[in-house]
Design a binder for this molecule. Sequence first.
Ligand code: ZN
Length: 234
Amino acid sequence: MANTSFHIAGHTLQPGQRQQIDVPVARLYTHTPLHISIEVVHGRKPGPVMLVCGGIHGDEINGVEIVRRLLRSRSINSLRGTLIAVPVVNVFGFLQHTRYLPDRRDLNRCFPGSDNGSLGGRIAALLREEIVDHATHIIDLHTGAIHRTNLPQIRAQLEPGSETARMADAFGAPVILNAELREGSLRHYAQNRGIPVLTYEAGEALRFDEWAIAPGVRGILRVMRRLGMLSGEQ
Ligand SMILES: [Zn+2]
């Protein structure tokens, strides 16, 4: 069965198409427009819509590298379903090497947000409407804080037999935590909406940790195989 076209952030992708889309988010104080850059890989055959995002905390850069490597992986060329990859969600924080938005709000406490709220609330609402609500599965990439290293771990709501638990098992991280949902987080929003979601936490902020990046890439590919998005051994 052939895939149908896929609509996201004002763009339409045909089966087999891959496209980078810049979603306008706000302007800097200099009036320079700022975008959240996403890359969408839309397979020829139908399947799940997997969102993989990094840098919702702007100083957590391991996830940015994980997304970059995922997009370079040759195995996604024959994808079933759709991959939405967002290397840097909090573009403000990334530019300033900080976890937070310019007003010190934590974007991962701003969901679901609203179109006329604070900067964080507006960005959360934009992400929700343009990107997150299109996904059937989500993997959100994080690290520990500055000078605090997290052992590679999956945090998720692990109800036995659930799709989330199935994804967590497939990821194969050294540690899996049955973690409470935190109000306002992307994971809280997605799980309550019925979208199975994993948080991968590994390494520390402002540092590329190879031992955190490599298992992250492998874990995402394993989840995609388990969901039937990629062929091959798990
Ligand atoms: Zn984080």
